[in-house]
Design a protein around this ligand. Structure first.
Ligand SMILES: N[C@@H](CCC(=O)N[C@@H](CS)C(=O)NCC(=O)O)C(=O)O
Length: 196
C-alpha cells in the first residue's frame, strides 16, 4: 500500500494509524506544488489518498483510517464489526470530522474577513466546549479505549494552535493532547512531518 500524505493535513491521522499498527505501507510525503504522481490516483489531488497493492484507491480520511485499522484488528484501534464499541468509535470519528474539522476548515479560506473570523471563533469555541466536556468524563473520545477517533482528534486539534483561540479554557482537551503526544507512534509521525 501507499499513502499520499502531507504534513499539517488530516492525512497525518492516517499516517499515525499506519505507524501505530506497523502496517506495510509506504508513506509518500506529498509536495502540493508537484502533484503529478498524486493526480494519477486521485483526480482531486488531495490527501489522504491510499493506493492499495491492486491499484484500488481510497480517499476521505475518516474512511481511510477505518480501512487501515481493519487491516490489523488485533491492534485495537477500531473495535470489531457489529460491536457497540465500534459504533461509538465511528460516532466519535464522525463528530471530529463534521463538528470539529469542518468548523476549523473555515479558517483556511483565503481572505476571510475579520468579522467572519470572529463569528467562527465563537462557533469553534462552542464546539470545543462540547469536546472538552466529553474528555472531562472519559479518558478517550469513545470511552476507555484509544481508537482512531483519538488519533483524528489529536491531529485536528493540533490545527487550533495558530488560530488565536483561548485554548486555556479547555484543560481536558489540552491534557488529552499532551498525553496522546507522548505515544511513540504519534511523536514519531509528527517529528517526521517536521523533518526531524
Ligand atoms: N474530505 C477530505 C478532505 C481532504 C482534503 O481537503 N485534504 C487537504 C489536506 S491539506 C488537501 O489535500 N488539500 C489540497 C488541496 O485542496 O488542494 C478528507 O476528509 O479526507
Amino acid at each position: 500500500m501507499r499513502l499520499f500524505h502531507a504534513p499539517h493535513c488530516g492525512s497525518q491521522a492516517a499516517a499515525i494509524v499506519i505507524n501505530e499498527l506497523g502496517l506495510a505501507c509506504d508513506i509518500v510525503r506529498t509536495n502540493f506544488s508537484d502533484r503529478t504522481e498524486l493526480l494519477k490516483h486521485n483526480p482531486q489531488g488531495k490527501v489522504p489518498t491510499l493506493v492499495l497493492d491492486n491499484g484500488q484507491v481510497l480517499t476521505e480520511c475518516a474512511v481511510v483510517m477505518q480501512y487501515l485499522a481493519d487491516q490489523k484488528p488485533e491492534g485495537g484501534l477500531l473495535p470489531r464489526v457489529g460491536t457497540w464499541e465500534r459504533y461509538k468509535t465511528l460516532e466519535a470519528v464522525n463528530f471530529v470530522a463534521t463538528e470539529i474539522y469542518q468548523t476549523l476548515s473555515v479558517f483556511w479560506v483565503k481572505d476571510i474577513s475579520e468579522e467572519t473570523r470572529t463569528f467562527h471563533k465563537a462557533i469553534t469555541t462552542r464546539k470545543l466546549e462540547v469536546l472538552n466536556s466529553i474528555l472531562g468524563r472519559t479518558p478517550y473520545l469513545a470511552g476507555n479505549q484509544y481508537t482512531i477517533a483519538d488519533i483524528y482528534c489529536y491531529v485536528v486539534i493540533s490545527w487550533t494552535k495558530d488560530l488565536g483561540l483561548d485554548m486555556g479554557r479547555f484543560p481536558a482537551i489540552l491534557g488529552y493532547c499532551e498525553r496522546l503526544g507522548t505515544r511513540p507512534a504519534i511523536a514519531r509521525t509528527v517529528a517526521a512531518d517536521m523533518g526531524k
